[in-house]
Design a protein around this ligand. Structure first.
Ligand code: FES
Length: 130
């Protein structure tokens, strides 16, 4: 059995600071992108990295990481699809995308992350969590 872990006041303070800093309570959508993998299988490493750089740059440029309805991004080592990538998934909808190049990402950002309409041409699975 695993006991609970008491946070020190310093750790609790640090975590509270990070929640604030990363605007965790404002997260509206979260996109995971397969990039910079240990074993790049869904797409060549350079392609995943190009998409990841583009995603980071555009979310910053559009102010979406600091917005009231913030977009959170996470680089995934592998999303277990390993085919027709780069692969991405957006929550809370649980919308899975294939072929996520920078051009496709721009559409995902504008149409799905901002407007809430998945880009159906690149969706290959959907499963809302909860
Ligand atoms: S390497 Fe991208 S999904 Fe597995």
């Amino acid at each position: 059995m695993i006991g609970s872990v008491e946070l020190t006041p310093e750790s609790a303070e640090r975590l509270a600071y990070l929640v604030e800093q990363l605007r965790i309570k404002n997260i509206h959508r979260h996109i995971f992108l397969c990039a910079d993998q240990t074993k790049p299988e869904c797409a060549p490493k350079e392609e995943g990295l190009a998409s990841w750089s583009y995603l980071k740059k555009r979310l910053e440029e559009l102010g979406l990481t600091r917005a009231e309805n913030a977009i959170y991004r996470t680089k995934a080592n592998c999303l277990r699809i390993c085919h027709q990538g780069p692969i991405a998934v957006v929550y809370p909808e649980g919308t899975w995308y294939h072929s996520v190049t920078p051009a496709v990402l721009e559409r995902i950002i504008q149409e799905h992350l901002i407007e809430g309409r998945p880009v159906q041409e690149f969706v290959f699975a959907e499963k809302h969590l909860g």
